[in-house]
Design a protein around this ligand. Structure first.
Ligand code: FAD
Length: 389
């Protein structure tokens, strides 16, 4: 790639802004333009996220991406912006397991530890001793990465990434990309809703839950769709301050937020259509699914006061619930960074760095994200990530 190449990134959420920043870090000196249709980020997944990070994944590449994500989050002030405060809390993801999932979980634990993740197994006695608020019905063991997992403020991270990109000479245009120009098997430009055309030597699809639409500009279908996820914020007569993130056997999740908690649960498949422009919280989910499960697992939650509810979209990869990173095999200057299915915030630093390495030097220099390449989709080889909540 010439140092002067024009790089256009569609989508200015966390993936787009960090990709722009990492391109500079990787030595790209030419123009970088981020096209973002709404800089208020009202509906962006980044702004609506539960913003948590864990090392406990089923696919090794995801563990590697989280390990890098964690080191990046710890150093945001030095790396991105001295004034940022992302409020990283490292208190672990306590993920419960029953008999049915025991073997799979122990295999995953061994893999995670081999990659350097300090995740430990807790038996029922240890759980009883550590978490007096937890009911152990149906629980055989649990795993937790005590200090290396937690949560943070996604909005502060996004703003820090955006400011850092702007400081490094990245241009952010507020407009919607509505088409792509091609010549032969290359993208040559991006058409904007306001009528402008931007020349592109590279185009990165970082459009999150809408990245399927962007791929359609090139008639490249990808299995990434917007799926609505509702977050409930509530108070309960339980001191949240020392608690970890909890993942129940049902997949319901709960974590401290301020003096209360936030929590959520995946809707049933039949009640989980592509969400398109629907951001209306699924209020019934709380009474019908989430609260009964949480109150059984954490009896103090039998009394809760709902404070707030919001919904955002997962950029759900229906093929295997994993990210898609890297160039399209035929249109090689069209690069994917999407499909993270609920774990894209923690994987944004690693994914963005990988895309920058690929564009600037034609290879992955640090984490080899080849397992997440588009080719697996074209060839029908799913690499399923089962740890999705
Ligand atoms: C409720 C919820 C909870 C979550 N919890 C977690 C969590 O705990 N941990 C975690 O790691 N991840 C979590 N996620 C997922 C995470 O938030 C996303 O994976 C991540 O934010 C994706 O970043 P992004 O930049 O790709 O997408 P976005 O933040 O959505 O950014 C994409 C941007 O592209 C813009 N755009 C789209 N199309 C166009 C176009 N044609 N032209 C111009 N601009 C366009 C959009 O306006 C948007 O701003 C959660 C998500 C939700 C909704």
């Amino acid at each position: 790639m010439t140092r002067a190449a024009n790089i256009v990134i569609i989508g200015g959420g966390i993936i787009g802004c960090l990709t722009a920043w990492f391109l500079r870090e990787a030595g790209h000196e030419g123009p970088i333009t981020v096209v973002e249709r709404d800089s208020s980020y009202k509906f962006a997944s980044t702004a609506l996220s539960a913003a948590s990070i864990r090392l406990q994944f089923a696919c090794p590449v995801n563990v590697e991406l989280s390990l890098f994500g964690l080191s990046f989050l710890r150093a945001v002030r030095e790396r991105l912006d001295a004034d940022s405060n992302i409020g990283l809390v490292e208190r672990g993801y306590l993920i419960l397991a029953g008999d049915k999932t025991l073997e799979r979980r122990r295999e995953a634990l061994a893999m995670q530890r081999a990659l350097g993740a300090e995740v430990v197994e807790l038996d029922r006695d240890a759980l009883r001793a550590r978490y007096e608020w937890l009911s152990l019905d149906g629980v055989t063991m649990a795993t937790i990465g005590d200090n290396d997992e937690g949560w943070f403020d996604a909005w502060s991270l996004l703003q820090a990434a955006r400011r850092a990109a702007l400081r490094r000479g990245v241009t952010i245009i507020e407009s919607e990309a509505v088409g792509l120009r091609t010549h032969g098997d290359r993208v040559t430009g991006v058409a904007l809703a306001d009528g402008r055309r931007i020349a592109a030597d590279w185009c990165v699809n970082a459009a999150g839950a809408l990245s399927g639409r962007v791929s359609e500009f090139l008639d490249i279908p990808i299995p990434v769709v917007p799926r609505k996820r509702t977050v409930f914020h509530f108070k309960a007569p339980l001191d949240a301050r020392s608690m970890p993130m909890l993942i129940d056997l049902t997949g319901a999740w709960l974590r401290p937020e301020g003096e209360g908690f936030i929590g959520g649960i995946q809707p049933d498949e039949a009640a989980d259509p592509n969400a398109h422009d629907d951001f209306e919280p699924d209020h019934a989910l709380f009474e019908e699914r989430l609260w009964p499960v949480l109150a059984e697992r954490v009896p103090a939650l039998e009394q809760v006061r709902l404070l707030n509810t919001w919904a955002g979209h997962y950029e759900m990869n229906l093929f295997d619930q994993n990210g898609i990173i890297g160039p399209h095999p035929k249109i090689a200057n069209f690069v994917f960074a999407t499909g993270f299915s609920g774990h894209g915030l923690q994987h944004a630093p690693g994914a963005a760095r990988a895309v920058a390495e690929q564009i600037v030097s034609g290879a992955y220099r640090t984490i080899d994200v080849t397992p997440l390449a588009f080719e697996r989709i074209a060839e029908g080889r799913p690499m399923v990530e089962s740890a999705i909540y």
